[in-house]
Design a protein around this ligand. Structure first.
Ligand code: NOJ
Ligand code: CA
Length: 558
């Protein structure tokens, strides 16, 4: 049987707000994306994932949805979206939508109704509880740590509290409510009728909460406030979650044959398979946070080998996964895991090599294909990310100075990923003719698409080659993964073997030159190089091979 399309896909994540602004209001939009589709096609992308572009008050940049069936006017209209969809399809690119149904905006009509009275037909769409001993129903903290830090907000109209894992303006939906579930199936089927090819499910492991909402006994962490404790376990992978996802599959995904990728908070190589094994009829794939995470700021070759070999088992056992190092919630991969100061291009290319040659579907986040880097703003006013702000005020409350707080939070702020795309060296990096909604990274004069394309070390061109390779070499999608340990632990060496071929990947994950001593097993084999990120020095692969800092190569067994 041939592979489903999503196993061969290369997905490109668009954070619309920061991608391309067509009308000078400082906010990226759908017409802007349309203008850039040829560039994505040139890159080789086969599928686009839109982070939420629905009508939203933008408390969390669209992850707070006020109308699931419309496009936010800042991005365009439903008609623009349909045109975009048609254009993408005519260019052989699929489009998947972000589905944010753990919570909605408090401006959604469901919540507006729900808060009105205890007997409103929509009351049960959300999670309401009376006070306990005159206080919040329990001691759970909200991730964005607004106000007193609690995950409960008192609502005067009915004198009860509603539950919100994220912002106060993002009340959690109640998945125990049958009518709510039916509304969601209808809404998703409506998008499929419109022509979308699949969905990315926002925080799907968090739909089911611990029954009874008991207090957590975990100790408060350094950023927790007023005794309200962030305890992810209370809402992650809770019993009952698999039934919810299976029902979604039965009523929507499987029934209509669309692609699904889940954002797997709390999904590990140990618990992933039930979510992604086809027999379970849940999701096609998940992305996890074991390799890349919002708070991870380094990645060693040892960690890479360890995590990849375990996730390869999930795939070998019939599941599937995403390969990625950055997205709109993380810092820039070349700043975290590469060497953005001395070997920006080389390390950006090396990291891409790893993502595009290990098992799973690679997801590219806008800007990584030109090696965009982290940014540091001087004032909290310049930041937009809800985590950065919440954590900042927690730190200030606990005695940190503004400088200390920003220095601690800047390297992991989600805004690192969200500064506008750097198209060229002109004002605002060519993103907008107006004032960008979030400041442009001052590095734009050096790092931008136009300049990259003229460079001998073009990262974009390297991505093109990597992506093209996927189409020619079945081992990239299908091959078994085998790691070899080298004397120099910074060298990552692995093969991908399928019936038709064996590929070999070698990468020096360090800013120092390294000597590769080829393992016994591989000596005597003939390998032909098909890709390198160090054109000038790249040697042939033999018993002892010198590798440049951040050098990466792909070979095929002759
Ligand atoms: C995960 C999304 O990727 C993130 O951006 C958002 O803040 C939370 N889910 C809440 O929707
Ligand atoms: Ca605009």
């Amino acid at each position: 049987m041939s592979n489903p399309w999503w196993k061969n896909a290369v997905v490109y994540e668009i954070y619309c707000k920061s991608f391309a602004d067509s009308n000078g209001d400082g906010i990226g939009d759908l017409k802007g994306v349309m203008e850039k589709l040829p560039m994505l096609k040139e890159l080789g992308v086969t599928c686009i994932w839109f982070t939420p572009i629905y009508t939203s008050p933008q408390v969390d940049n669209g992850y707070d949805v006020a109308d699931y069936r419309n496009i936010d006017p800042a991005y365009g209209t439903l008609e623009d979206f349909q045109n975009l969809l048609q254009m993408a399809h005519s260019m052989d690119m699929k489009v998947i939508m972000d589905v944010v149904v753990n919570h909605s905006s408090d401006e959604h009509v469901w919540f507006q109704e729900s808060r009105k009275s205890k007997d409103n037909p929509y009351r049960n769409y959300y999670i309401w509880k009376p006070a306990k001993d005159g206080k919040e129903p329990n001691n759970w903290g909200s991730y964005f740590r607004e106000e007193n830090g609690s995950a409960w907000k008192y609502d005067e109209a009915t004198g009860e509290y509603y539950f919100h894992q994220y912002a106060i303006k993002m009340p959690d939906l109640n998945w125990d409510c049958k009518e709510l579930r039916e509304e969601i199936y209808d809404m998703l089927n409506w998008w499929i009728d419109l022509g979308v090819d699949g969905f990315r499910l926002d925080v799907f492991t968090r739909f089911q909460k611990t029954p009874g909402f008991p207090d957590t006994t975990k100790k408060a962490g350094p950023l927790d406030r007023n005794g309200f404790v962030v305890d992810h376990d209370m809402c992650t992978n809770v019993e009952g979650i698999h039934e919810i996802i299976h029902e979604l599959n039965r009523n929507v995904f499987g029934k209509r044959g669309v692609m699904t990728v889940g954002e797997g908070s709390g999904v590990t190589y140990e618990n992933a398979l039930p979510y992604v094994h086809p027999d379970r009829e849940e999701l096609n794939m998940v992305y996890h946070f074991q390799l890349a995470a919002r708070v991870r700021t380094s990645l060693s070759a040892d960690q890479f080998r360890d995590i990849q070999s375990k996730w390869a088992q999930v795939i070998a056992n019939g599941g599937w996964a995403v390969q990625y190092l950055s997205n709109h919630d993380s810092a820039r991969q070349v700043s975290c895991y590469g060497d953005a100061t001395n070997y920006r291009e080389e390390s950006a290319m090396l990291l891409a090599t790893l993502m595009h040659t290990t098992p799973g579907t690679p997801f590219v986040y806008q800007g990584e294909e030109i090696g965009m880097t982290n940014v540091k703003f001087d004032s909290i006013e310049d930041y937009n990310c809800c985590y950065t702000k919440g954590d900042y005020y927690s730190m200030i409350q606990k005695g940190a100075t503004p400088e200390e707080a920003i220095s601690t939070l800047a390297p992991r702020s989600r805004d690192n990923a969200r500064t506008p795309y750097q198209w060229n060296g002109s004002e605002h990096a060519g993103f907008t003719t107006g004032k960008p909604w979030l400041k442009v990274n001052p590095a734009y004069e050096e790092i931008n698409l136009e300049k990259d394309l003229q460079s001998e070390k073009s990262i974009f061109r390297y991505y093109q080659k990597l992506i093209a390779m996927r189409k020619e070499h079945p081992a990239i999608t299908e091959g078994d993964l085998k790691f070899y340990l080298c004397e120099d632990r910074d060298i990552v060496l692995y093969t991908r073997t399928c019936e038709k071929e064996t590929l070999l990947v070698v990468a020096n994950m360090s800013s120092k030159p390294a000597t590769l001593t080829l393992p016994e097993e591989l000596r005597g084999e003939k390998f032909k190089r098909i890709l390198t990120n160090c054109a000038k020095n790249a040697p042939a692969l033999d018993g002892r091979t010198q590798l440049q800092p951040w050098e990466s190569e792909v070979y095929v067994k002759a």
